[in-house]
Design a protein around this ligand. Structure first.
Ligand code: C2E
Ligand code: CA
Ligand code: CA
Length: 637
């Protein structure tokens, strides 16, 4: 039997049920023709031996012949329409006999799968091609329809094509049943839905994965973690949750650009994945945060080892796109069941542990402990109080004199921020990092600039030879741009000469030598402001930075001054050698030097001997409130 197909002549192609009708009609037609002929001959030859019922039967069958011929014509019309419809569709046709298991498929279907004609003979061969994972579902869908439980048969499944790849097919069809409802034939069509399935899979993938790194995203984490926790609980296993956060990623991103930041994140994602055990899974939580879930660990040390491997992998220099990138990470670890019984608690506690590790300088890992929660509580209340500090009038600037080593004249003053909250003094080393992390440093930095420049204007009006005021700037204050403009505007508003202001920056402002900060600093320098490099010796202390920088002063960090003298000093000669070298180098670059933390006359003598220009320290005075500073150190005009 031929099956309608686009290559076939449509009129010649019988419909699925046409063959059976045809055979029946042929039988009826030939019988009736024989009987009618016999009857007619008997009548003509007047041979009345022929019984009359034969004549009657012949006539009846003659009538049947006419109606059958008419029926054939009708079926042919239907068949032609059926075949034309097949030609018009893009679908592959099939017909299947549930009893003999004989299967017939159209050329279109064979084309979809890339097989030659008559490749498939029976159900068994077809089932062989169905994807093993889809066989049970397919068989069930067919059986359900054969039993009459579904009005139509519809099923989507994968079938192996000639090239070995699986194609997704949507099969639809319907069974023809006999009077007792038993299916005698099933026929229908098949559509290739491989593209649609691929699109759907891609959409699903995008919804569950981070587009940049390709890692499963937070949504996936929140979906999968509860299952992993439940499984661990069922088996009595431990499970580790690692909160991985890159150190100083924001600085890198801002200084080197987002495209470099993206390259770094992709590299980090790959490195973390490689450092994990096959069972583990890493998710991108967002930004520079990654979460690793470690099922089936035997104890804290297993989680610790994985964390160490991740840290080590991230720390190795990354060579990507012609760049050499360096970064470190900090990891907080929470364990199930000890540190939490559900996803939220475990994530929160791993996050808390990560913060505790950051507070220790980062680039390490830390297990969660209950005390951390208390520390976190303190930090949260500090943040809340700081948010309100400016409005509550709790901030104040104190001023510490900077004195010429050679003649003891007060030539400068450093403005240092003081915060009194609820009757307590909170040191700037505690709250400035919080202000920097939360971005509050912008408002606080603006307040410092306003206050210090207004103070300069006041001293200029009231005192003879007012000292230059040194103001500390946090690197983050440069991020938004416009810092130089804002400072110049304030100087203009208060009629303060730019030369009477010095700005103290640390080397971290210069991660990228040609970044925005350098431009702003150059502009400020060109307008006559002074620039000092603070905490020299504690950071990169790169000479090439120094040469490119528009600074006129170096400040030697107090940690280098303390060892110059005093009972705690193990090796004052080494300390002196370092300070002497810094001073010589600064002078060779035409920079003057301020030593901070000068507490004793021994310190001062040593510095004088080395040719240091200025000093500040408790030897002369701590930072004082503005009025007290003026009374002690300034002479009315
Ligand atoms: P810094 O800029 O290195 O400031 C010098 C620090 O040394 C000040 O601490 C000062 O009080 C202290 N100091 C001065 N002389 C001596 C001494 O003889 N012995 C000892 N042991 N310490 C001395 P302070 O005021 O606690 O400030 C700490 C840090 O907070 C500053 O370090 C600075 O980095 C930051 N900071 C302070 N005020 C501001 C501000 O207005 N803006 C910004 N961005 N940071 C500030
Ligand atoms: Ca300073
Ligand atoms: Ca300093």
């Amino acid at each position: 039997m031929k099956f309608p197909d686009d290559q076939d002549e449509p009129a010649a192609a019988p419909a699925p049920t046409f063959g059976r009708h045809c055979r029946l009609l042929l039988l009826l037609t030939s019988t009736s023709l024989a009987l009618t002929l016999a009857g007619a001959l008997a009548f003509i030859s007047k041979d009345s031996d022929l019984p009359p019922y034969m004549l009657l039967t012949g006539a009846g069958l003659g009538l049947a012949l006419v109606s059958c011929t008419w029926e054939i014509a009708r079926l042919r019309r239907i068949t032609r329409a059926h075949a034309l419809a097949m030609v018009g569709t893009n679908d592959g046709m099939w017909e299947w006999d549930p009893i003999s298991k004989e299967l017939k498929v159209g050329k279109r279907l064979l084309n979809i799968l890339g097989y030659a004609d008559n490749f498939l003979g029976n159900t068994g061969q077809w089932i062989e091609l169905v994807h093993p994972d889809d066989r049970a579902g397919y068989n069930e869908a067919v059986a359900t329809h054969l039993k009459g439980l579904t009005p139509h048969f519809y099923h989507e499944y994968r079938v192996r094509a000639e090239d070995g790849a699986y194609r997704w097919l949507a099969a639809r069809g319907v069974a023809q049943r006999n009077g007792r409802g038993v299916a005698r034939l099933m026929a229908g069509s098949i559509t290739d839905i491989t593209e649609r399935r691929a699109d759907e899979a891609r959409i699903r993938y995008l919804a569950h994965h981070d587009a940049l790194t390709g890692l499963p995203n937070r949504g996936q984490l929140m979906e999968q973690a509860p299952r992993l926790i439940a499984r661990a609980a069922g088996r009595g296993d431990m499970l580790g949750v690692l909160f991985v956060d890159l150190d100083r990623f924001k600085t890198i991103n801002d200084a080197m650009g987002h495209s470099v930041g993206d390259i770094l994140l992709k590299g980090v994602a790959r490195r973390i994945s490689e450092a994990l055990r096959p069972l583990d899974q890493v998710y991108r939580q967002g930004g520079d945060e990654f979460i690793a879930v470690l099922p089936e660990i035997r104890g804290a040390s297993d989680a610790g080892h994985v964390a160490e491997r991740i840290l080590e992998a991230i720390t190795r220099p990354m060579r990507e796109a012609g760049l050499e990138l360096h970064t470190t990470a900090t990891i907080g670890i929470a364990l199930f069941p000890a540190d939490g019984g559900d996803t939220e608690t475990l994530l929160r506690n791993a996050d808390t542990a990560m913060y505790a590790a950051k507070a220790r300088g980062g680039a390490n890992c830390h297990f969660f402990s209950e005390q951390m929660n208390e520390r976190l509580q303190r930090r949260v209340s500090l943040e809340a109080a700081l948010r309100n500090a400016i409005a509550a009038g709790e901030l104040e600037l104190h001023y510490q004199p900077q004195v010429s080593v050679s003649d003891g004249r007060v030539v400068g003053v450093e403005a240092l921020l003081r915060w009194h909250h609820d009757g307590c003094f909170i040191p700037p080393d505690h709250f400035i990092p919080v202000a920097e992390e939360t971005g509050m440093i912008h408002a606080i930095g603006d307040w410092v600039l306003d206050t210090a420049i207004a103070q300069a204007a006041c001293w200029h009006a009231e005192y003879a030879l007012p000292p230059r005021i040194a103001i500390n700037l946090s690197p983050r204050q440069f991020w938004h741009g416009g810092l130089a403009q804002g400072i110049l505007q304030r100087l203009h508003n208060h009629k303060v000469p730019p030369e009477s202001i010095e700005l103290e920056v640390t080397e971290s402002v210069l991660i990228q030598p040609e970044g925005p900060a350098i431009g702003e600093l150059r502009a400020l320098r060109q307008h006559g402001l002074h620039l000092a490099l603070d905490d020299f010796g504690t950071g990169y202390s790169s000479l090439s930075y120094l040469r490119n920088l528009p600074v006129n002063r170096l400040k030697i960090d107090k940690s280098f001054i303390f060892p110059l003298a005093g009972s705690h000093t193990e090796n004052p000669e080494d300390a002196a050698a370092i300070v002497r070298a810094i001073i010589a180098m600064a002078h060779s670059l035409s920079l003057s030097v301020v030593a901070e933390g000068v507490e004793t006359t021994e310190h001062l003598h040593a510095l004088r001997h080395m040719g240091c220009d200025l000093y500040q320290g408790y030897l002369l005075s701590p930072a004082l409130p503005a009025r007290q500073f003026a009374e002690t150190f300034l002479r009315p005009a």
